[in-house]
Design a protein around this ligand. Structure first.
Ligand SMILES: *[C@@H]1O[C@H](CO)[C@@H](O)[C@H](O)[C@H]1NC(C)=O
Ligand SMILES: *[C@@H]1O[C@H](CO)[C@@H](O)[C@H](O)[C@H]1NC(C)=O
Ligand SMILES: *[C@@H]1O[C@H](CO)[C@@H](O)[C@H](O)[C@H]1NC(C)=O
Ligand SMILES: *[C@@H]1O[C@H](CO)[C@@H](O)[C@H](O)[C@H]1NC(C)=O
Length: 402
């Protein structure tokens, strides 16, 4: 089915633009305008990705984001959290989250269905807290749960096949070499580095280590349906020095007010009990509950994560001056991907793309420009304050020139 859809998408492009594979010199520009009434065939798939339906990718335009004249350039801000510095306070990583340092800081918003807020609210609540010191990032999670079970006991295995808690961070805002950590109720964990998102051709490196400290507390007995509970909680810390591996950071520890793209999530597998043991329901898929819905059942979309700001100032308010440029870059990328999926090629004339109107108004950023380099493209968005250059999308990263 997937193969058929891809072939159809590619052949559409072939017919429309005389498209040929294998160019090595700069690709000629194509002048196929999308039909304004039916801009994209939503059944097509993003090239190189075998999971994401295109419909979810392009269907994110709401009136606020699309208002060309709006001067609110924080449009589309995802969930945010201000992580307070510990300022000398200690945390014992035992899973209980009972230290003063935790009590003083607020919970995140509750997790939602990863597909979006229009889906039913998860039947169990999940919230996190984040704090930090100069050496480590600390995450605490509280997960409502009645049936507390786990099967994986070997670290560095695919723990997400159990009910688990997951943390993702992108320490340099590049969407590359981001880190992923997972843990189950038996304290079994996996930490890995993603070179890039899967849809950009990335892969995971399991030999990376977060140098973690981990603690799990369970209300109820793990794997015992006769002693159910009401929740389990995780205390978890990672060294900034390790989180910064393979990134462009100069100092591993965040500066005051620095913002990182981050994600917290939990897979919840439907189970039943036979002879006093939990079993997965046959063929059932996990539900995915996430701090920031990505719009699809995938966590590997760092451009759709939430934002964590590191603060040393208890009274500070969230602020991220680069956000509107990231927003513009993400919107152009997604539109280019969608165009390529249907028409089999990229275009550089932004007027041929069905861009959100604000992108062409020049209100929040300068109008984006698209450049083709052989079979890859880059997008540039400038503003009065910042320049964001995105190199070849499949081989390069976001680089900021302040
Ligand atoms: C859209 O693509 C799907 C799968 O590739 C195909 O079945 C369908 O006919 C296409 N729709 C249009 C309007 O071209
Ligand atoms: C991890 O594996 C990758 C790919 O095999 C290799 O390039 C890298 O050097 C390894 N890193 C460490 C820390 O061993
Ligand atoms: C856990 O592992 C046991 C032994 O392999 C299996 O019978 C059981 O179905 C597993 N439970 C779940 C919930 O996956
Ligand atoms: C703390 O943040 C508040 C609000 O953003 C600001 O007015 C104040 O100057 C900050 N204090 C310090 C010491 O940075």
């Amino acid at each position: 089915m997937i193969g058929v859809a891809l072939v159809l998408c590619v052949s559409l492009g072939t017919v429309a633009g005389g498209f040929l594979f294998g160019y090595s010199t700069p690709r000629p520009l194509f002048t196929v305008a999308p039909d304004p009434k039916e801009p994209y065939n939503l059944s097509c798939l993003i090239p190189g990705n075998h999971k994401l339906p295109l419909a979810r990718f392009v269907d994110r335009c709401n009136s606020e984001i699309c208002d060309a004249t709006s001067t609110d350039c924080d449009f589309g801000l995802p969930n945010t959290y201000i992580a307070q510095h510990l300022n000398g306070k200690a945390i014992t990583v035992d899973g209980r989250m009972d230290e003063e340092a935790w009590k003083e800081v607020p919970w995140s918003s509750s997790f939602a269905d990863i597909r979006g807020n229009s889906y039913a609210r998860p039947r169990f609540d999940t919230k996190v807290k984040v704090v930090w010191d100069n050496d480590r990032l600390y995450v605490g999670a509280r997960m409502e749960e009645t049936d507390i079970w786990a099967n994986f006991t070997q670290d560095e295995t695919r723990v997400y096949n159990d009910n688990a808690f997951e943390v993702f961070v992108d320490p340099d805002g590049s969407m590359a070499n981001y880190k992923e950590m997972e843990i189950n109720a038996l304290r079994t964990s996996w930490d890995l580095m993603m070179t890039k998102a899967y849809m950009d051709g990335g892969d995971f490196l399991s030999n990376w280590t977060s140098d973690m400290q981990k603690g799990v507390y369970t209300d109820g007995i793990v794997n015992d349906p006769n002693h159910k509970g009401t929740f389990w909680s995780v205390e978890w810390s990672f060294r900034f020095q390790r989180l910064a591996d393979s990134t462009r950071r100069i100092r591993p520890t965040p500066a005051d007010n620095e913002v990182w793209f981050a994600m917290f999530a939990r897979p919840e597998w439907p189970v039943h009990v036979v002879n006093g043991q939990y079993h997965k329901n046959p063929d059932a898929q996990a539900e995915w509950w996430a701090w920031q819905p990505t719009g699809v059942v995938s966590l590997h979309l760092p451009s759709r994560w939430g934002l964590v700001q590191f603060s040393k100032n208890l009274s500070s308010e969230f602020s991220f001056p680069k956000w509107h440029i990231y927003r513009a870059l993400f919107d152009v990328f997604e539109t280019l991907h969608a165009f390529k999926a249907v028409n089999g090629m990229f275009v550089t004339d932004v007027k041929q793309l069905r861009l959100k109107p604000y992108l062409l108004s020049g209100v929040c950023t300068d109008i984006p420009t698209v450049t083709l380099h052989n079979d890859e493209f880059s997008v540039t968005v400038r503003s009065r304050r910042l320049v964001g250059v995105v190199g070849h999308i499949r081989t390069d990263r976001y680089v900021w020139f302040d």
